[in-house]
Design a protein around this ligand. Structure first.
Ligand code: HEC
Length: 173
């Protein structure tokens, strides 16, 4: 064996080793990807409900545009139309009370504070002020916000309806 030949052999071995190593690396890489996928799949079994919960949470949080944003987009004219649902019980003139108290200057007014109106004990004693936040929370479902209120109104489910009607109520000041 001359040097030339042993160099060739060595070269061949090196090349083979390189191919082997590259192959091994590639195989490992493929295995890794496969393995990763597997691990992910396994994770999935336990991770899935969390991911779903997160997705649902994100989704249900989605329409929950902040009140500020809703108020910024609200229109008093649209609110006046929404107020047709309230008209049976609420008038807007100063001191005009019906089944419900007048909505005149209701925004900024203490809750349950019109002396001439006979509130339920619940509304009379709850405290606080009517502002966009409290009105929004009340109008979505009155009986939830003030348990025992005698305002028998299911509520305004749509955030835009609430924002619009609040915007309209603000014009009564
Ligand atoms: C079926 C009659 C009825 C309808 C419809 C109704 N309300 Fe009322 N509302 C009442 C009554 C009665 C009260 C007093 C509740 C109490 O004393 O517990 C009241 C109280 C209120 C108050 C508190 C006022 C205050 O002086 O503290 C606000 C604000 C209000 N209503 C807004 C609305 C809006 C806005 C709508 C329409 C989206 C509406 N209501 C629809 C009967 C009604």
């Amino acid at each position: 064996m001359d040097t030339m030949e042993s160099t060739k052999i060595l070269g061949g071995v090196c090349a083979a080793l390189l191919v082997f190593m590259l192959g091994g690396w590639a195989a490992e890489e493929i295995y890794h990807v496969g393995g990763k996928g597997h691990g992910h799949g396994d994770d999935h079994v336990s991770g899935y409900p969390i991911e779903v919960a997160e997705a649902v949470e994100a989704e249900s949080a989605e329409p929950e545009v902040t009140l500020e944003e809703m108020m910024a987009m609200a229109s008093p004219d649209k609110g006046k139309k929404v107020f047709s649902k309230c008209k049976a019980c609420h008038k807007v003139g100063d001191g005009e009370h019906g089944t419900g108290p007048s909505m005149y200057q209701v925004v900024g007014r203490d809750i349950g504070s019109v002396n001439a109106f006979e509130y339920s004990g619940a509304m009379a004693s709850v405290g606080g002020v009517w502002n966009a936040e409290s009105l929004n929370a009340f109008l979505i479902k009155p009986a939830s916000y003030i348990a025992g209120t005698k305002m028998s109104f299911a509520g305004l489910k749509k955030g835009t309806d609430r924002a619009n009607v609040i915007k309209y109520l603000e014009t009564l000041n």
